[in-house]
Design a protein around this ligand. Sequence first.
Ligand SMILES: Nc1ncnc2c1ncn2[C@@H]1O[C@H](COP(=O)(O)OP(=O)(O)OP(=O)(O)O)[C@@H](O)[C@H]1O
Length: 442
Amino acid sequence: MDGYTVLKVIGEGSFGRALLVQSKDSSGHYVLKEIRMRKTQSGQESSRKEALLLSRMKHPNIVAYRESFEADGHLYIVMEYCTGGDLLQRIKQQKNSLFSVEVILKWFAQMCLGAKYIHDKRVLHRDLKSKNVFLTENGTIKLGDFGSACVLNSSKAYAYSYVGTPYYVSPEIWDNKPYNNKSDVWSLGCVLYELCTLHHPFQARSWKSLILKVCRGAYPPLPNHLPYELHYLLRQMFKTNPRDRPSLHTILTSHRVSKLLQKHIPTQQLEKEGQSRWRKEEGEKVALFLGKKSLMETTSTLGGWEEDSHDSGHNKFWSHLYHESDPPLVIPTSGIRGTLPEKETAPKHRQWEKGTPERLLSLLDKAYQSMASKTYTIHRASGEDPLLGPLSLPGADDTDGLMEDTVDEARLEPRSDGEDTDFEEESPCDWVEGLEEVVMEQ
Ligand SMILES: Nc1ncnc2c1ncn2[C@@H]1O[C@H](COP(=O)(O)OP(=O)(O)OP(=O)(O)O)[C@@H](O)[C@H]1O
């Protein structure tokens, strides 16, 4: 702390405080996150995870890391100060005046670039939301807050996994399936929708209603004046089956919307994206060199990757081996944010039995009151309803009905996108059990 002068507190999160500081050396302004260290070793490792992850992310659309240190039971992370604030604040400032299509495309393209970079490093952000997207003075987008991120294929498994922020949580999470890259795509879809309409795509007055809407992929349609490509993109990003959602690579390069987005990406960055892409011949060379057997062995140790015939999962796998100059990240994924208890032992891979959705819904009915005070990162603006967030319109949402919403009609007959790939966390989020414990405790 000696190297910095604290100028003001800019906010408080569940972990601790965020301070605006000035460096005594350079006189530059930075954000210093002060994180209370937890007592257990796994808790401490989990606190350090955010610093470790951020320190490895160097990209024009990710908040830049400066340094981190520990003192007096706290972890301090010094990072770039984004003077433009976060996107949620920016959206609120708009009142009812919509952003122009150009602004939406520009910001969204940059978010995709940042998120794609994270995914290429085999990291899932898991808490993408407008509050975690920042703007610099010159209007550049920066993704921040890696406190919920996780690295794939680490040796430790989750006991209870951080759920995310309910408004942005994808159907598979509510369905107790493993989190994967496409879950981040869903959350980014929610941010894109907010940019387009200044409202959340899935709003509800109760958990049950929110979950039902999310699991149906039912959202009010975008305004008509927006380009067809954006309507189409959102429909795809809100596919209830994660395999049907496009990956960020697809969105940026070969989707109907790509051309519109590419106009807003600096040429240099676009070229770099192209270069970092794995080339088939390279993969084949390496496969020949290692032989089929080694390929299988290595693949199986990575786990959690779903490959299919055309795919880019194979590409990513090889690009990691072949191009990645950094050593792989080895950071434990255990630990949680929020209030659920930690478990030291790895959970068994539990999938829902048939009755589980009913179990969840009845649980949430009971849990509603208690969860109001024990949420994870639900941000309550002012009202008493925990699901009435800062973007909610009072009285705007009383039904679970699908009347005017755009629904993912293909949800009953999911179509897998053969050109895309999913990768997943090693173990599923066993948070329903955690939720149940919290409710039982009350
Ligand atoms: N790099 C940054 N530049 C500018 N403002 C920031 C930066 N990082 C965080 N902030 C602001 O600091 C405040 C606290 O943010 P932080 O991410 O630490 O917690 P939070 O998002 O409010 O809560 P939680 O992490 O529990 O979800 C927020 O208002 C956020 O906009």
